[in-house]
Design a protein around this ligand. Sequence first.
Ligand code: HEC
Length: 104
Amino acid sequence: MTLHLSFLIVALACCFAPGAAVASQALASDLGCYNCHGNPPRKKAPTFADLARTYAPAGQDAASQKKLADKLRDGSIFSHIDAHERLSPEVAERLVRWISEGAK
Ligand code: HEC
């Protein structure tokens, strides 16, 4: 838990700093996203490279990113993924922004 918090603080503190992408990748890794979205991905999960291509149009558009983040946290009748649903709005938006910028 302490580890999670420290990543969160790093990730939120440095939003526009050059290290932001690296911090977001560390955050995604810490949150277990790569367990399913790694390479090879688990079951029907898309890789982050796939997601980056899909999310690229949301690139610099904060409103689109917010929509995608909300959609991720909400899930759907067909898909309940705890790792998505327990994200805070801020962290979800941060990860979506990172994905739309290439997820690297
Ligand atoms: C237990 C496996 C699992 C974990 C852990 C997981 N995901 Fe996913 N994720 C999936 C699957 C499966 C899909 C595709 C089906 C769906 O959209 O529900 C998906 C879809 C997505 C999508 C696309 C949603 C859309 O439809 O636009 C994004 C973005 C995403 N995941 C991000 C993340 C992030 C960020 C994390 C870490 C916080 C994460 N995932 C953790 C399994 C997982």
